[in-house]
Design a binder for this molecule. Structure first.
Ligand code: AMP
Length: 285
């Protein structure tokens, strides 16, 4: 596996592949990789000739006071996992390489101007999706992949990226991949490492709420408010949990819905102690 730390190196390697007529898949990540990330790499390896994974904790998607400085990192472990899963190149740039003005800021952002990035996570993280769109846009411009792979775990992010790719005519296929969970149900997340033993146990309330909601929908419930209420009530029984939001939205526009029909998305963010975790399920056609 090639380790590239500069944009120039990535461009040179990818251009050589493209000259050979090979297809390229991109998996954007913030590192501290786990089996959730690995599943995206597996999907990319399956459907592309060459796979690039970016490993970059992107400062522009963190607001002051969020966990930018403490975000977990382990590049050696990331490389081992990526190699094992058949990634061809890991892009591991410095902050200054990605944001040449210095300080991890930029004068030029990519931002969706409708309400979509203001819903759900956007309510507590108002600049988050602007940062995500900006860094993913830059990665698209650097790698120019045929396909890019994102997890359904971050359902709003996936919807935002799909919209951005369409609006800006990127011509890149955006592939959504299912949520990978721990054996007991907790969605895998780099942030799970923040949880102490009591919080880890309490965090199960998110996936329990997902499974409860899913079973209500499977049993024919059509009223989104009833499902949201049942999920909310369940989470509120956990003393260590504090709900940021539990909502039913259209999975494409992120607008709230009352009647359940595909592509309804039930999404939540819940603080377990001081750690904010997210989970969701989509109603399939
Ligand atoms: P992150 O490193 O947290 O920014 O995540 C990078 C990519 O991995 C995003 O597209 C996430 O949605 C995806 N991802 C993170 N956790 C999971 C998971 N448990 N299952 C599937 N995809 C995931």
């Amino acid at each position: 596996m090639i380790v590239a730390t500069t944009i120039e190196d990535v461009r040179r390697e990818v251009s050589a592949w493209k000259r050979e007529g090979l297809t390229v898949g991109l998996v954007p990540t913030m590192g501290y990789l786990h089996e959730g990330h690995a599943s995206l790499v597996d999907a990319a390896v399956k459907s592309c000739d060459r796979v690039v994974t970016s490993d970059f904790v992107n400062p522009t998607q963190f607001a002051p006071g969020e966990d930018l400085e403490t975000y977990p990192r382990d590049f050696e472990h990331d490389c081992a996992l990526l190699e094992e899963h058949g990634c061809d190149l890991v892009f591991y740039p410095s902050v200054d390489e990605m944001y040449p003005d210095g300080g991890g800021t930029t004068d030029t952002y990519v931002e969706i101007l409708n309400d979509m990035p203001k819903q759900l996570c956007g309510k507590t993280r108002p600049i988050h999706f602007r940062g995500v769109c900006t860094v993913v846009s830059k990665l698209f411009n650097i790698v120019m992949p045929d396909k890019a792979f994102f997890g359904q775990k971050d359902a709003q992010q996936l919807a935002v990226i799909r919209k951005m790719a369409r609006d800006l005519s990127y011509g890149i296929e955006i592939v959504g991949c299912p949520i990978i969970r721990e054996a007991d149900g907790l969605a895998k997340s780099s942030r799970n490492t923040y949880l102490n033993a009591d919080e880890r146990a309490a965090a199960l309330v998110l996936s329990k709420a997902v499974f409860l909601g899913q079973s209500m929908v499977q049993d024919g419930e059509k009223d989104a408010r009833k499902v949201v209420k049942a999920m909310t009530d369940l989470i509120n029984q956990e003393p260590l949990a504090r709900i940021d939001y539990v909502e039913a939205v259209d999975g494409v526009t992120m607008k709230n819905v009352e009647a359940i029909a595909p592509p309804t998305l039930f999404a939540m963010a819940v603080y377990i102690g001081s750690t904010r975790l997210i989970d969701n399920f989509a109603v399939e056609a």
